[in-house]
Design a protein around this ligand. Sequence first.
Ligand code: PMP
Length: 378
Amino acid sequence: MTYRLRLPGPTAVPPRVLKAIAEPVVNHRGPEFRAMYARCEELMRPILGTTGHPFFLACSGTGAMEASLVNILAPGESVLCVIHGHFGERFAAIAKTFGAQVDVLEFPWGTTVDASAIEKRVAEKNYRAVVVTHNESSTGVFANLSPIGAIFRDRPTLLVADSVSGLGGLEMKQDEWRVDIVASASQKCLMCPPGIGVVSVSQKAWKIVEREDRLPRYYWDFRKTLASAEKSETAFTAPVSLMSGLREALEMIHEESLPKVLARHLRLSAALRAGCAAIGLAGYGEAGALSPTVVALQVPEKLNGGDIVRRLYEKHRTVIAGSRNKLAGRVIRIGTMGYVSEEDILTDLRHLEDVLPDLGFAVTTGAGVAAAAASFRQ
Ligand code: PMP
């Protein structure tokens, strides 16, 4: 039976990428690896919208987030954590763990982030950094980083963005928008297995990273990371096979072209939302800020999200996500990121149309598929 990985991460890995991962392991300080590394850098830059050195760390997204903070903070420095979902809470928890003075600016879950509210807070207090979740995977809503970045143009405060589930599927213009640190990971829009954390640091942030008085850091020390990146190497043994996969995935994005990849994410997420609405699964989240990479759906009154997730898996081996936070049972989530096609969206809807009646929720068979197909034709 097939296994359909339709989570908002980790996501399905294309056969081309799997094949690249299966190549023989090479010396992580040898010419084959350096060529692979250099190509990953070259292909990552336009996805990030930077001319700097993207870093590739052996970790998941949370490691990339932690690495970002330990390189810019000193104990007791103030951080403003902008929270509009589960992953904003995680970033705040990391900052607290390392002894930062954490203030929070919260927006209701499912809504986006208001730049003017951030501006007000940074005018009142001097923060070392403001942390924002670019794409909130828990709610399927994104934050517009462009007006947020503009706030920091003439301020010493750094803007740090968690784009773990955004980068590669949601536009990022790091240099233009003045995002000082972008943290991401391989297993979402970048079409790879979990295991590579991606971090990109601005020139402005670099001046802080270089200071001796930052938090203790060894494995995460970006000064070591940069010195190695300049030689097209990683500071410590690289996840060589995953880097081979990442190169292939980035080649695929390059071949399709980034604008087309971003447009595909928009098209597929809109069609899935349209199809779900047609079978009685209303979208969750603020219109106008709906994520192109994660579709969050409200669970109809008499149903439980966990039952939908379980039934899809048992009957079709279609793996979607529920919620493991305050939205538990009430919101289910489907990834529209990475290696996803129109056929995948139509199959998701066919499977939903099949299992919802099993759970006692009547749907008109074909209504969701038809609405998605109509959305594709627009
Ligand atoms: N931030 C966001 C927005 C995420 O979606 C995730 C993963 N679901 C993380 C952070 C954490 O990443 P990881 O699970 O790779 O540590």
